[in-house]
Design a protein. Structure first.
Length: 145
């Protein structure tokens, strides 16, 4: 499978998960994270989303010299990256707090606000690159695995 095919799969999966993560985030914000299953559902959809973001970055930059390549990107992409990092770190801390107390915390509220900003920047990032999604379809099954 080529890098372009992997990127296409990654990006389409991110595009599918993004509105689900957003909907679960809104639901948690509206209900102050009450209920076990909404929180678990949010974790179930947000964790693969966050892992796919790392895969997306890897597909673009690999691990070699990624900081050098990344530093040449425009400011909105840098902001998106830092929002991702803050969302991930605050999400882990919020999850640990939730496991211990099973209640919504101010940290969860901060995580939610940062996460909403990250989603807004991710939507902008996607819209700016919408041509990628409109390009000729690359068949995943055209080459043997």
């Amino acid at each position: 499978m080529t890098k372009a095919q992997k990127l296409k799969i990654c990006d389409w999966t991110l595009a599918i998960l993004l509105p689900i993560v957003l909907a679960s985030s809104i639901q948690l914000e509206a209900t102050s994270s009450s209920g076990f299953f909404p929180v678990i559902f949010h974790i179930i959809v947000a964790l693969p989303f966050m892992c796919l973001v790392v895969w997306h970055i890897y597909l673009h930059f690999q691990w070699k010299k990624w900081l050098t390549k990344f530093s040449k990107l425009k400011v909105p992409t840098h902001i998106l990256w830092w929002l991702y990092v803050l969302t991930f770190i605050s999400g882990v801390a919020t999850f640990i707090h939730w496991l211990l107390s099973n209640v919504h915390s101010p940290l969860g509220g901060v995580h939610g606000k940062i996460g909403f900003l990250m989603i807004a920047f991710a939507i902008g990032h996607t819209i700016k690159r919408i041509k990628f999604f409109k390009k000729k379809k690359i068949s995943v099954f055209s080459q043997p695995l």
